[in-house]
Unconditional design. Sequence first.
Lengths: 91, 149
Amino acid sequence: MRKLLHQDESRLEYGRLLWRSPRGRARLLGHWLDARHPYHERFAKQWRPQVERVLTARAENDDTLDRELQTEGLSLRVVVKEIPPVFGAFW
Amino acid sequence: MPRRELSKPSQIIDWLDDWGARLTQPAEMVLIGSAALLWHAASRNLDISLPENSMDVDPVTQSEELAWLCYDALIGSDFEREHGWHVNLMPGSALDELPSGWRERSSTAVHARLTVEVPSVPDLLAPKLRRNEPRDRAHAAWAHEHGLD
């Protein structure tokens, strides 16, 4: 897998950390689906399944996941960029 | 009125003390960037200001509880409005940019339940000097001027 930018890697790494707990998943999903979030429609309509798949996966399996995504015309890099950011103003 | 932006060593120590007291379980953080330079100044009891104020601190952690605190202190948060600076969570891979063996030269401090590991000043400056922007050079000169390196 190609190296990610720090900001993308951070969203993946800490997104996974919070995603492990039901509380974390609910908080992230609530934020990303909030009408105030500028990417809420894009996330809800287009990327939610892939983002959830990436956040649920374990880091040690990223190379395998990347290969699987590439067979679907995607890549881990592409999906990570679709993990919505968190905005402190309404987090 | 809180101090705006980050410039003083005491701001880092106050923040670490506050979060260490708020944690319910032990947690670890590696602190890098200019905030880590301020930590070294605090460890030497120096009351000096950064040559250029910083807008954020750069921690790395594997603690979920600590990550929650960091998310509540992102840019745009109430934390930022109160403090004038925010928390910018860095991925673990950011530590790969430090010179090899940095852990053997790092310092560790305990703030209640929070253990903070801080790379040595020369190790902190290495990625800055590779980047070599004016602000990075200013921080390196500042560290040298005050005998931190």
